[in-house]
Ligand binder design. Structure first.
Ligand code: KIV
Ligand code: ZN
Length: 401
């Protein structure tokens, strides 16, 4: 881990914002299993839920705080257990319930939010800006009297007046918030816009040097990862992410995409993190299986096709040197059983390679040529040709000769 780079805090909200995906409900045992896996993966802060939302949510957060909060399995090199965080609106009841739910975790944080955009203030909360500042300060002050770590989120920050944000953030820092999360709640921002907002807030918020700024991006325009990376480039040192990018509507920033973008571009993103990349694929599969949220085949990093090469030119290149068409080795994210997909775009070299893998290394050239022609003819009828098809072609070839 380079000593010259800043630590990037990985805040996972799969079990809170991720669970807000339409159609996803996880039971408590499933949440505990996912929480344990996220701890092994190297997550710094786990948002375990929204305790006031229901008795079930409260109990799940409480059990995660008790049973997963102290775990050190797989975290020996990190040296500290995962921080367990709960979400709360800016009301005394929410904050007290949250404090109660997380109280048994060795490291705990309350995440308090209050909308700051004029749109939300006028239509949703029906309060003015002064009242907003008052409520935010009162909420953070109460939270700080119950736990040591308070994170504050000005909801809909992406559409809020930046100068008003500086005012609210400055006041909550004075009240004791140490993490300031900047949500693009509706996924409206572009990378330039979001990056500039983070830069402006860090430069103009009174007391900014006492706090860590955090990204929280939604994917409504397909820009959540790009916005998060722009946030890091402009000084954010915590990212709020979910596994597979699950979350409200089009989802949240996908952890695996941010981590691997940093991995492949260390000079653009001079930060280090504690994620064990080799556990990414396993974690992704687990979240998909338990949440019932399928992963699209072409999903970056964890999709079924992410490391498959179909065209003949690409397969040939990969057989000669994987780097020709791969920016990340599958093993780096824990994918181990990758092979070339054979289809109509596959070339002679990929077909020969698969024949060898199937135990047919020394086929005479004329028989190989005939088998390759049969394979191409089959590809016109079938999208993906599997090993059984190839074995059938090779066996009939050998019987004829
Ligand atoms: O998107 C959002 O604004 C949120 C907040 C509760 C942080 O999820
Ligand atoms: Zn969100």
């Amino acid at each position: 881990m380079p000593a010259t780079t800043d630590k990037l805090i990985i805040f996972d909200t799969t079990l809170r914002d991720g669970e807000q995906s339409p159609g996803v409900t996880l039971n408590t045992e499933e949440k505990i299993d996912i929480a344990k896996q996220l701890s092994r993966l190297g997550v710094d802060v786990l948002e375990a839920g929204f305790p006031v939302a229901s008795i079930g949510d409260f109990e799940a957060v409480q059990r995660i705080a008790r049973e997963v909060g102290p775990l050190m399995v797989g975290r020996e090199a990190i040296g500290v257990p995962m921080t367990i965080c709960g979400l709360a609106r800016s009301t005394p009841n929410d904050i007290k319930r949250c404090a109660e739910a997380i109280k048994d975790a060795p490291r705990k944080r309350i995440h308090i939010f209050l909308a700051t955009s004029d749109l939300h203030l006028k239509y949703k909360l029906k309060i003015d800006r002064d009242e907003c500042v008052k409520r935010a300060v009162a909420a953070v002050t109460l939270g700080r009297s119950l736990v040591d770590e308070i994170e504050f989120s000005p909801e809909d920050a992406g559409r809020s007046d930046p100068d008003f944000l500086c005012k609210v953030l400055g006041k909550v820092i004075e009240a004791g918030a140490t993490t300031l999360n900047i949500p693009d709640t509706v996924g409206y921002n572009t990378p330039e816009e979001y990056g500039s907002l983070i830069k402006y807030l860090i430069a103009n918020t009174p007391g900014a040097e006492k706090a860590i700024f955090s990204t929280h991006c939604h994917n409504d325009l397909g820009l959540a990862t790009a916005n998060t990376l722009a946030g890091i480039q402009n000084g954010a040192r915590q990212v709020e992410v979910t596994i597979n990018g699950i979350g409200e509507r089009a989802g949240n920033t996908a952890m695996e995409e941010v981590v691997m973008a940093i991995h492949t571009h260390p000079s653009y993103y001079p930060v280090h993190h504690t994620i064990t990349t080799q556990l990414i694929f396993r974690t992704s599969q687990m979240v998909s299986n338990l949440s019932g949220m399928m992963i699209q085949p072409n999903k970056a990093i964890v999709g079924r096709n992410a490391f498959l090469h179909e065209s003949g030119i690409h397969q040939d290149g990969v057989l000669k040197n994987r780097q020709t068409y791969e920016i990340i080795t599958p093993e780096t994210v824990g994918v181990t059983d990758i092979s070339l997909v054979l289809g109509k775009h596959s070339g002679r070299n990929a077909f020969r390679e698969r024949c060898k893998e199937l135990g047919f290394s020394d086929i005479p050239e004329d028989e190989f040529q005939k088998a390759f022609e049969d394979f191409k003819a089959l590809c016109d009828k079938k999208k993906n040709v599997n090993d059984a098809d190839i074995l059938a072609i090779l066996s009939s070839q050998l019987q004829e000769s």
